[in-house]
Design a protein around this ligand. Structure first.
Ligand SMILES: [Zn+2]
Length: 323
């Protein structure tokens, strides 16, 4: 599929103003939340970089609290090539699986050393919005983790339509689950984190989604007013989603090796009516849906190798039914 999104020229924005390359901070000097928006945790996911560059260029500043903006895996982004966009997801290993104290302290790969640089900024933030995109064309998703507090925030955001409540990955901790963002005590004290998958990596619409998410998140956090975003970021806010679904992920299929296939070119969010339907094959073992009306979340064979999750299964509920 066509990679249509241009590569942003970060230019002067790549330096940052905090002493950490790629990290910006603006402090209103007044009480309020500390909001961190992150992009390029994966080097080939450009939509968030466009949104951050736009926020910086607009001159938007927090009226209350603090705003931090971080371009995360710049080393991977530097290698970006639209013809081989998967190749610049990371340099040595996936930056979004390194967010445990042991892995950060190991400092034995470029991504772990970068996580060590970013960790103090992540640890200081109250609210985190982490902007990503996906291997396959798909409507946008917001990943909340399992906490009802994050799910409630995702519902209040108004977009996107699909809210994925999932426990993360077996192969490492994501940034959005790091420290206080991964503990109920942290969230009880006000921490919130959302990871938004804005659509296919190469879709221009992914940039629109990333921009819309920034406006909504900064306004809900209370650090800017709607008048500020309307004036400085015209056209960024998109209409509310017509409805909301909470997709409760019950588990996923982990590839036993590279010999995994699906029966159809699934794109994600398909609802499979009948429990036990075979949707693919994992090294000779049929992949079956575990319950009726099973939703397929982010099916992708692109990175398929032993240990990688190739599809997740979810039950869907309207938010009012939740809790
Ligand atoms: Zn990503």
């Amino acid at each position: 599929m066509q990679f249509e999104l241009d590569v942003p020229d970060l230019g002067a924005w790549r330096a940052g103003n905090t002493g950490t390359e790629g990290v910006w901070r603006f402090d209103s000097g007044l009480p309020g939340r500390h909001v961190l928006v992150t992009a390029l945790v994966h080097g080939n996911e450009l939509c968030g970089a466009w949104a951050l560059q736009g926020l910086l260029a607009s001159g938007l500043r927090p009226r209350r609290g603090r705003l931090s903006l971080a371009f995360c895996n710049l080393a991977a982004f530097e290698r970006f090539d639209p013809a081989r966009h998967d190749a610049s997801r990371f340099v040595d290993q996936d930056l979004n699986r390194q967010w445990s104290p042991e892995r950060i302290a190991a400092a034995d790969t470029r991504e772990r050393r970068r996580a060590a640089e970013l960790a103090p900024h992540v640890a200081e933030a109250d609210w985190l919005l982490d902007l990503h995109s996906m291997h396959e064309p798909s409507p946008p998703l917001v990943l909340t983790g399992l906490s009802p507090r994050n799910i409630e925030l995702a519902v209040r955001m108004g977009t996107p339509e699909h809210i994925v409540a999932d426990a993360g990955h077996q192969d490492g901790v994501r940034m959005r689950d790091f420290g206080r963002f991964g503990s109920e005590a942290g969230m009880a004290a006000g921490a919130r984190s959302l990871l938004v998958e804005c659509g296919f990596h190469g879709a221009r619409s992914s940039r629109d989604v990333a921009r819309d998410q920034c406006v909504r998140f900064l306004e809900l956090a209370g650090i800017v007013d709607a008048g500020d975003t309307g004036r400085l970021l015209p056209g960024w806010r998109m209409p509310d989603a017509p409805g909301r679904w909470v997709l409760e992920v019950s588990g996923g299929v982990v590839a036993k090796g590279s010999q995994v296939r699906f029966t159809e070119p699934f794109q994600g969010l398909e609802v499979i009516p009948q429990a036990g339907t075979v949707i693919g094959d994992n090294h000779g073992e049929p992949i079956r849906t575990p319950y009726d009306d099973c939703v397929l979340v982010m099916p992708s064979l692109r990175q398929a190798r032993q240990g990688v999750t190739v599809v997740r299964f979810a039950r869907r509920r309207r938010p009012a039914e939740f809790n």
